[in-house]
Design a protein around this ligand. Structure first.
Ligand code: ATP
Ligand code: MG
Length: 569
């Protein structure tokens, strides 16, 4: 058995050889080196581990930042159009759900918008643009969002991507648009108001001039009985004056600033006049057919308001039919029953005047039909409509105690129905509701109003109460009667605005005959009584038109009781 020459066994030698240190490794210095080497290895392993941990922490931080960012962030592979990364804000912006994964623009948006965005990001990757402001993006569900987008190229594992940040500006943009829209509407309504003031001023002066011409022409007509040519000319002047007066009435109603005088009017007659005006303004391709079934058409109304209703409804219809087609106007007397009242609680039972305006236009979509009466609601293009037409109609109808309804089918047409209380019925139903059994009875009342129909209404109220009436449409005749029968008259009710002698003057003359007879003055608008120097000393009470039967009964009872008390004292 061979012995190792330097005392090292073959086994040790072999191990040293395998470890590559050979005999020299036995020297102590190599051993130290080895130890250092091992330590270094250990240190660098720990450092690697440390930096791995740091990288892991950084990665987690990055992921947290990425997903918690309020801006949408995506990394897009421009070749395939696929998203490599997409954060939560971006997914939220485009309604990402796990069952509807957001893989590319084309999976989330209509194709045109997807293409536009991909093109924009390409330009950002190439450095051509860096930022896009307020980009409008349609979503698949029809919603629109606005975003500010910035982007730049990034390289990941030797592949080119674009990193883009989307800031959702929808709320701010909508606010901005609403503000602009609101400002435009205010602008428009201020413009309307200015036009109305101007038109109203001009129309007022014109009415006086026209009234003068018309009056003189009418007087002259009597004086030239035998001259047929001259009579024809004068008649033409009168007809032209009437047309001019109608136009000024329309001008006044632009802003509905006309003094609202409620008086008994013929609804059918106003419709006829309004249709003449409409035919002059609408193209011949729009036909307006009127069928009058309503025999009873007397309503207590403001003339200008009613004609505005007809004009606005027909104008809307003409627009809905693109100015070609038939508008049908139908009037009838409708009986409001329980069934109708259940649907329209504002209606009162009984006979009404019903106006129907139908067209063969585009119809009104179900989702907007509830909004059409809102002020400023319009589907017309910007600047083409104020959206006030129907809201004005609604206001007028309501002021008259009426109801408006609409029925429409898309592509077929629309019908508006307006129920108006009839003059006499309105009076009767109020008597039924408000008439107080303690109201005065058996009095003799002198009733004066130049409007025949109002005289009838007054008589009816008073006789329903159990009183007697002597009535006149002419104040001079009324005064003459009073002068001869002063002792039997208990009270006088007179209109304010009457030709030849107004209500105040009549009251004064009546008191010159008999001091303590009470005089109730009725007025259609307060302005005429607000003038300086209006002396109300001869007036016991003022009552505004249109008054209800209950109101009249109450006032009459109060004044007669006061006189009784005075006489007793
Ligand atoms: N006959 C109709 N057929 C179809 N749609 C109608 C009809 N009448 C009204 N509408 C709808 O109701 C909306 C409101 O009508 P409204 O008369 O209040 O305002 P407008 O006509 O839009 O504006 P303006 O009256 O100032 O010209 C219209 O924009 C339209 O969409
Ligand atoms: Mg309109």
């Amino acid at each position: 058995m061979s012995q190792p020459s330097d005392g090292i066994s073959d086994k040790d030698s072999l191990r040293n050889k395998i470890m590559g240190m050979g005999d020299a490794s036995l020297k102590k210095s190599y051993y130290t080196q080895l130890q250092e080497h091992v330590l270094n290895l250990e240190k660098s392993r720990m450092e690697t581990e440390e930096s791995f941990k740091r990288a892991e922490a950084n990665k987690n931080l990055f992921i947290a930042l990425f997903h918690q960012a309020s801006d949408g962030i995506i990394v897009v592979d421009l070749e395939s159009g696929k998203f490599k990364f997409c954060n939560k804000a971006f997914a939220d912006m485009f309604d990402y759900h796990s069952e509807n994964p957001l893989l590319s623009f084309s999976s989330a948006l209509p194709s045109e918008d997807a293409e536009n965005l991909e093109n924009a990001l390409r330009k950002m990757a190439s450095g051509e643009i860096r930022f896009l402001n307020n980009v409008m993006i349609h979503k698949n569900d029809g919603d629109i969002i606005y975003a500010d987008i910035s982007g730049s190229a990034v390289e990941i594992e030797n592949r080119k991507y674009v990193l883009a940040v989307f800031r959702d500006m929808t709320g701010a943009r909508k606010l901005e648009l609403e503000k602009a829209e609101f400002a435009a509407k205010i602008n428009q309504s201020q413009k309307m108001e200015a036009i109305g003031t101007l038109a109203g001023g001009v129309a007022h002066d014109f009415n006086n001039i026209i009234g003068g011409i018309m009056g003189l022409a009418e007087i002259s007509l009597d004086e030239v009985k035998d001259n047929t040519d001259l009579r024809d000319n004068l008649n033409q002047i009168i007809t032209a004056c009437r047309r001019a007066r109608d136009i000024t009435t329309q001008l006044l109603s632009i802003t509905y600033k006309t003094e609202k005088k409620y008086e008994p009017v013929s609804f059918n007659g106003i419709i006829r006049d309004s249709v003449i005006l409409l035919k002059a303004t609408l193209p011949a391709s729009v036909s307006i057919k009127v069928t009058e079934f309503a025999e009873d058409d007397a309503v207590l109304a403001d003339h200008a308001g009613i004609s505005q209703i007809v004009i606005n409804l027909c104008t809307n219809s003409a627009h809905a039919m693109k100015y070609s087609g038939d508008i049908r106007i139908r009037t009838s007397n409708a009986y409001v029953d329980e069934n109708l009242m259940q649907k329209n609680p504002e209606l009162s039972p009984g006979k009404h005047f019903l106006l129907e305006v139908s067209d063969t236009g585009c119809g009104i979509p179900k989702d907007i039909i509830d909004r059409i009466f809102e002020p400023f609601f319009t589907t017309k293009e910007k600047g083409k409509g104020t959206g006030l037409g129907l809201s004005i109609i609604h206001g007028i109808v309501k002021n008259h105690g009426g109801v408006i309804t609409v029925y429409s089918e898309e592509g077929i047409g629309t019908t508006f129905r307006i129920f108006f209380p009839l003059a006499a019925d309105r009076v009767k139903s109020v008597v039924a509701e408000e008439y107080n059994p303690d109201s005065v009875k058996d009095a003799l009342v002198l009733f004066v109003d130049d409007e025949e129909l109002l005289v009838k209404v007054g008589e009816k109220i008073l006789s329903n109460m159990g009183n007697k009436t002597v009535s006149f449409a002419n104040p001079m005749e009324a005064l003459a009667y009073f002068e001869n029968n002063a002792e039997s008259i208990d009270a006088v009710i007179t209109d304010m605005a009457m030709p030849k002698m107004n209500g105040l003057k009549l009251a004064e003359k009546i008191h010159a005959v008999k001091k303590d007879v009470p005089v109730i003055l009725c007025s259609g608008y307060s302005d005429e009584l607000m003038k300086e120097n209006t002396d109300m000393k001869d007036i016991s009470r003022l009552i505004m038109k249109p008054f209800s039967a209950g109101e009249l009964a109450k006032v009459l009872t109060e004044v007669l009781n006061a006189v009784k008390k005075q006489r007793a004292d």
